[in-house]
Ligand binder design. Sequence first.
Ligand SMILES: [Zn+2]
Length: 152
Amino acid sequence: MDDTEKDIFCSEKIRDSIFYKTRYTMAVCDIAPVLPGHSLIIPIRHVSDPVQLMNEEVVDMFNVLKRIKPVLSKVFTKGSDSYNLTAQIGRYSGMSIPHLHMHVIPRAGNDEFQHDNNKVYDMIEHAKRITTEEMASRVTLLKKELKRNNDE
Ligand SMILES: [Zn+2]
């Protein structure tokens, strides 16, 4: 088996978490969201570090951010302009899955981390997993809202 087939983002298992996909990039609901709407932007090609991306992939990742962020904010944080954008890269960074993924975590003025913003980063590895049913309903909701946002 090819080494790149081993991580979750290269496997078929990620398919049910995808709510938006382009030629180079997928956006998925995090299986263990730190806050509602916590999503991941992931290059489809297996790379561990953004410096390994082709220019088209770099542009596409940020175009996906531009596409999904307004919808995540609208659905989960009443249109707040705030969010955390973060990635751990390399073995000394706390990277858990060796396939590049950018966390997008919508933030609101009343969220539970307002007293300690750094705790958001601690919780990335420790939040509770959602069920298969919850995942399915979030993916369906976001697909619908993205379509609506596109039609407006
Ligand atoms: Zn991979």
